[in-house]
Design a protein around this ligand. Structure first.
Ligand SMILES: [Zn+2]
Length: 234
């Protein structure tokens, strides 16, 4: 970013010019959850710049907890953890509780994997900004908890988590549409991670995409590796 007054080249995220101290852009003290999350869906490039600029990375941890809850329900679905519970009412609080633990773990593990992947492809921003970028990029996944999960629970009940019979044999069309939509929201989040990485870490699209893919594969692998340990808990 070039200073309009003295023409000095400054960092993209600098608020004042390093040479003449003139204001370059408005400072962002705080992030508003709903405004920022909405803008992530609407105009991601612009809002990831704001997220990197923000002095406080508000609600990043909350978004990670929601991500953890979504991850927990994914585990219940993929690994049929529902077979260890008698009713949906017994299952739901446990799934949410496990989700909070997974959210906490993701905050540490996912951020670490992502930050290292981004550094490997030449990313230049801080760990804290990697954390906030990831958190806000998971907004579509948080949305699935509000938009899709209640419909899935009402349509399939316990069968979603027991596969006895498989939810597909119960209602094939609903199952394909709902899991398809889930996949679309996950892909949307991955797209947002790539865009956020480009903006916040100032690297080209291909390298940002590579870092996103590396993060997805390593974290996905860790999730599959850890799942039998959770199964052993029940
Ligand atoms: Zn200047």
């Amino acid at each position: 970013m070039q200073c309009l007054i003295c023409k000095e080249e400054n960092d993209e995220f600098a608020v004042t010019c390093r040479s003449c101290k003139a204001f370059l852009q408005n400072r962002v003290p705080n992030l508003d959850l709903f405004k920022t999350a909405w803008k992530v869906l609407e105009s991601p490039r612009k809002v990831f710049h704001t997220i990197a600029l923000a002095e406080h990375k508000n609600y990043s941890f909350v978004l990670f907890l929601l991500f953890g809850i979504a991850l927990s329900f994914t585990g219940f679905w993929l690994f049929q953890w529902g077979t260890y519970f008698t009713t949906l009412l017994d299952l739901l609080p446990v799934a949410v509780g496990l989700g909070l633990v997974l959210g906490l773990l993701s905050t540490l593990l996912l951020t670490a994997i992502y930050h290292l992947s981004v550094k490997m492809v030449g990313g230049s921003n801080s760990l804290r900004n990697s954390w906030a970028t990831l958190a806000y990029a998971t907004t579509p996944i948080a949305l699935t908890l509000i938009l899709l999960l209640p419909i899935e629970l009402m349509t399939f009940g316990m069968y979603l988590f027991t596969s006895n019979p498989h939810p597909y044999t119960l209602k094939p069309l609903s199952y394909v549409v709902l899991t398809g939509l889930d996949a679309v929201f996950v892909l949307w989040s991955l797209g947002l991670v790539s865009v956020g990485t480009m903006v916040v870490h100032r690297i080209p699209m291909v390298r940002a995409g590579l870092a996103t893919l590396m993060t997805f594969v390593i974290f996905g692998g860790a999730f599959l590796w850890g799942a039998p340990y959770v199964t052993a808990l029940w």
